[in-house]
Write a protein that binds this ligand. Sequence first.
Ligand SMILES: NC(=O)C1=CN([C@@H]2O[C@H](COP(=O)(O)OP(=O)(O)OC[C@H]3O[C@@H](n4cnc5c(N)ncnc54)[C@H](O)[C@@H]3O)[C@@H](O)[C@H]2O)C=CC1
Ligand SMILES: CC(C)CC(=O)C(=O)O
Ligand SMILES: [Mg+2]
Length: 351
Amino acid sequence: MTKSLLLLPGDGIGPEVIGEVKRLIAALALDIAVEEALFGGASIDATGLPITDETVARALAVDAVLMGAVGGPKWADQAFGKRPEAGLLRLRADMGVYANLRPARCFSALADASNLKREFVEGLDILFVRELVGGVYFGTPRGIEDIGGGERRGINTQVYTSSEIRRVARTAFELARQRSNRVCSAEKSNVMEAGLLWKEEVTALHKAEYADVELSHMLADNMAMQLVKNPKQFDVILTDNLFGDILSDEAAMLTGSLGMLPSAAISEAGKPALYEPIHGSAPDIAGLGVANPCAAVLSFAMALRFSLGDAAAADRVEAAVDKALTAGARTPDIGGTLSTEGMGAAIIAAL
Ligand SMILES: NC(=O)C1=CN([C@@H]2O[C@H](COP(=O)(O)OP(=O)(O)OC[C@H]3O[C@@H](n4cnc5c(N)ncnc54)[C@H](O)[C@@H]3O)[C@@H](O)[C@H]2O)C=CC1
Ligand SMILES: CC(C)CC(=O)C(=O)O
Ligand SMILES: [Mg+2]
């Protein structure tokens, strides 16, 4: 049966990088039903909402959703619930995609594009498993309140339940078994109750069902440092929503650029998954036609493999990115002069 893909280009460089995915889909002549909807600021401008009920319903009805990015200065003064980013949080929550897989792999052609020396990043292959629908981005109470005397208080709540921790930890252990069989779990169990619960639940699940997997724990601040000191010590990194967001952006620079890192957000088998480059809408370069489309293209490859039933096409796309980079194709963020379209064309030429 023909598989279906919903594209949500979004804002800023989102439509630019998703444009290269569209060209790629046409070049591959894939048997996929592709549809598209407004998302983020583009949806606010058209409907007043960062995502409509109709778009959420469409996302739940397809096999895979691929988004570009949302947000930008134009919508930064909106109330929190009405911002583009709130649309993304709602989409993730409504799709229930609790496990966000963010592979940080360094293509050998890019080992010199990282700020770290080649020996530290060449062959790097880390898989972040980030909890995506809980934690401080979703916890209540939240808000900004007047507390008198000209003072205000900003509140966000870090909250996790045992089952929320266990289900994402299970994903990390299962994926580790298909790789180097090592999981390092990051939290702040020294100062946060939610971090202590995280560590206890991960440890208990490991003991009960995954004793064959090597498990270690690391405080998240130390991990931020270790990722720069000796990044190749890590295989699978399991962490919560906030720390995963920050640490994966850090790891992106080990691979050369934020424009290189794809992601897949998944839940149970058979349910639609959400694919997205890990970068944002990059207002500083939006409209210039220089954004790196590799993260979006590699996210599409993950969609082909995990949701669209075409692992062969996924292999082809990933090999084409590798080949294009090896031949010297580069956008400015990785030391070249190609435009977004030029990079997309180089990938298509390498198919
Ligand atoms: N998933 C999403 O839709 C996300 C949205 N955002 C939103 O994006 C907006 C901008 O946030 P920033 O903090 O600036 O983060 P950002 O990820 O958009 O950009 C950070 C830096 O990386 C560069 N960069 C990002 N992607 C790139 C690419 N593909 N090629 C070349 N360079 C790239 C940008 O030019 C910028 O200098 C905000 O409104 C933020 O909330 C941020 C992160 C994720
Ligand atoms: C809701 C997003 C804007 C947060 C983020 O930066 C991310 O998920 O990578
Ligand atoms: Mg982020």
